[in-house]
Design a protein around this ligand. Sequence first.
Ligand SMILES: CC(C)(COP(=O)(O)OP(=O)(O)OC[C@H]1O[C@@H](n2cnc3c(N)ncnc32)[C@H](O)[C@@H]1OP(=O)(O)O)[C@@H](O)C(=O)NCCC(=O)NCCS
Length: 347
Amino acid sequence: MTSLKVATPTHSQVLGVSGVRGEVVVPNDELVGPIDSSDEWIQQRTGIVTRRRALPETTLKDLCMGAARAALDAASVEASEIDVVILSSVTHLEQTPALATTLAFELGAAPAAAFDISAACAGYCYAIGMADTMVRSGQAQKVLVIGAERMSDFVDPTDRTISFLLGDGAGAAVIGVSDTPKIGPTVWGSDGSHARAIYQTHSWQTFMDGSDTSWPTLRQEGPTVFKWAAFEIPRVAARAIEAAGLTPEDIDVFIPHQANMRIIDQMIKHLGLRPDVVVGRDIAETGNTSAASIPLATERLFREGQVHGGQVALQIGFGAGLAYAAQVFILPNQNTANEKGNNNGTE
Ligand SMILES: CC(C)(COP(=O)(O)OP(=O)(O)OC[C@H]1O[C@@H](n2cnc3c(N)ncnc32)[C@H](O)[C@@H]1OP(=O)(O)O)[C@@H](O)C(=O)NCCC(=O)NCCS
């Protein structure tokens, strides 16, 4: 019988991670008036001190391009080497075409396969899982993953459920071939019974037929999300550690979705991570940037010299859907020469 001559399955690795934030630093005091809140309340309940928002003229595409170039640079990879571009975003304002195809073209990665996915705050880890599978199967040699959001387009300044949490930014990673396994299996899933826990106020249909012509914005049932994230999600992270053949003591670096500092602390407690584990806590200054938050937290850890290549990292994304995904991976020995410039802001 004739067999097909196909690429040999191999291992995968993260080659570089970076990102850019919205240029404007927005402190709590600038938002509290219309929601009858205070800087103290927001800091205590969420850990957020400022969030980063994009200038009016900075588009989602601009943020994506900045993050993609920074990640390619960190990975020392040329855009022309990229076989697939995956963008995770819930804030691209055009139904079609996917923004990823434009990004691939403008970066110089065409004719790379390119598509967008929608998995909200879990989207970056969903996309890393897909990239890992593509590389291991031989379907691609190098994949560019981008998680990017311009959340401020869906913010209602009078909403006290979620808007004050949200920031703008983009993070990206390059995944490539490896001689040894450096990305563990992705543990992922969803629970659509809680689809209304984080939601858009009204549908585009309602907007279109004129029954509500206000611009749709985001809302959430904060306490429902909090309980789910703080108590259920650590079990997903524990399964990802086990799937990688490791124990919680093996984890050097923990990079959770930046939803709430209290959720991060609960997760560390429930997971039983080592007291000296390095934790991504970018939320204090950047806010919750949904799909961008994990690579941005990773970018900060590298820029501040808190982590180095070869360490064992656990990352986990969770949010609207409800959807979640986690994986363990080895931090890359990435190029740090341009990291200061990658911050793209006023710090
Ligand atoms: C949103 C969140 C910060 C609210 O904090 P909370 O402690 O759960 O707040 P609650 O809704 O239980 O309300 C507690 C009190 O704070 C008040 N409150 C609610 N929102 C407030 C706000 N933005 N500012 C000031 N006070 C607020 C409530 O009115 C209530 O007052 P009361 O005790 O006098 O009745 C919190 O639920 C949270 O972070 N949830 C997870 C959100 C998340 O991570 N989402 C993204 C996932 S991707």
